[in-house]
Design a protein around this ligand. Structure first.
Ligand code: MRU
Length: 347
């Protein structure tokens, strides 16, 4: 995708540094973060400088490759296991992180060069997967459709194109007249800050809506389809995605609005039997207490938005049961969210 006329990937490797678009500064500032070591890449994943299942998968793969470089330079074979543990401890929910680390860990047992090639391959595959998701998902979007989405599952959340937003980009490029309702997605506002920034860059008509406005719009017949991303898809078709997704799926069912999930095969976890077995990340209460934004003089500020001294709870993801999902748009086609169709994908 292009920013100010220049093509960027969300995450990429140059030499032994991992570069990423710093998503904590968007939409107010566009800056690239350089992680020179795997520790710094872990820091970037943990603090959400880079985020979104595909992007953290790619970053984690590159981090594992950086670690294999250290193994070679320091001649310390134990370091690979230590690094793997450190990278896998950054964020627990998105399947792509574990998928990428495992592949690069195994490749690095042969050589550092193989590790780099594997990490690069994962990032490249991510682009291809997202493109295919866009192609299949576009078939669901009719001219004039109003589409609702949650969180950011665009090209910032993947290496390029995105998952849930990829069909929207293709529909727009094909000249379809579409409109996107963007859930703000508290507490970190990935919708209001990141999805809205992406859509604006692509000139796609959209409106940011408060998280609690979705049911109202659906009840008024204002939404034709809802498409969200996924952080992990269990073997039975249950889907973990950003907190708030479950509520939208329940409301969509109530009003007969087709609810779709977009996810590549690298987000499916055949070893997780159902949604109940997906680890749900509990994040810092500071994310609820404070909001960060730009004041009228152009300064980025963090302010309290809650009663100081109260307790908060901050689960980062929820699980939408398969029966609420009309279909999963994968890079191999649109499937029904059930054991049989999912198992078939991996034959
Ligand atoms: O906590 P985040 O911002 O890393 O959340 C992950 C997500 O971006 C979403 O849940 C998204 O919808 C699916 S991954 C592109």
């Amino acid at each position: 995708m292009k920013v100010n006329g220049k093509h960027y990937r969300t995450v990429w490797l140059e030499g032994t540094s991992v570069f990423m678009i710093d998503q904590t500064l968007l939409p107010f500032e566009f800056k690239i973060f350089e992680a020179k070591t795997y520790h710094e890449s872990c820091f970037a994943i943990r603090t959400m400088i880079t985020r979104g299942a595909g992007a953290i998968g790619a970053a984690a793969g590159f981090a594992m490759a950086q670690a294999w470089n250290n193994v070679e330079v320091n001649n310390d074979p134990d370091l690979a296991d230590k690094a793997r543990y450190e990278i896998e401890s950054t964020r627990p929910t998105a399947r792509n992180l574990f998928y990428a680390v495992e592949r690069v860990y195994n490749a690095g047992k042969i050589s550092f060069e193989k590790a780099v090639n594997e990490a690069q391959k994962i990032a490249d595959e991510n682009i291809e997967e997202a493109r295919n998701i866009g192609k299949f998902g576009n078939e669901l979007i009719k001219d004039g459709f109003r589409i609702q989405t949650h969180c950011n599952a665009g090209w910032l959340g993947f290496v390029d194109y995105g998952s849930a937003l990829s069909p929207i980009y293709i529909a727009k490029n094909m000249g379809k007249n579409i409109f996107v309702y963007v859930d703000e997605t508290r507490p970190r506002n990935q919708g209001a800050k990141l999805t809205a920034w992406e859509l604006k860059n692509e000139n796609i008509p959209h409106a940011i809506i408060p998280d609690n406005a979705g049911a109202y719009l659906m009840s008024k017949g204002e939404v034709d389809i809802m498409i969200v991303g996924a952080d992990r898809v269990a073997a039975n078709g249950d889907v973990a995605n950003k907190i708030g997704t479950l509520e939208k799926a329940i409301v969509a069912k109530q009003y007969g609005i087709p609810f779709y999930v977009a996810a590549p095969l690298s987000t499916f976890d055949m070893e997780t039997p159902d949604g109940g077995s997906i680890p749900i990340e509990q994040r810092d209460e500071a994310e609820v207490f404070f909001q960060e934004g730009m004041d009228t003089s152009g300064r980025i500020r963090k302010i309290w938005v809650c009663n100081p001294g109260s307790a908060t709870l901050n689960p980062a993801f929820d699980v939408t049961p398969a029966e609420l999902i009309k279909g999963i748009i994968t890079d191999k086609g649109i499937i029904k969210p059930n054991q049989k169709s999912i198992a078939k994908l991996f034959e």
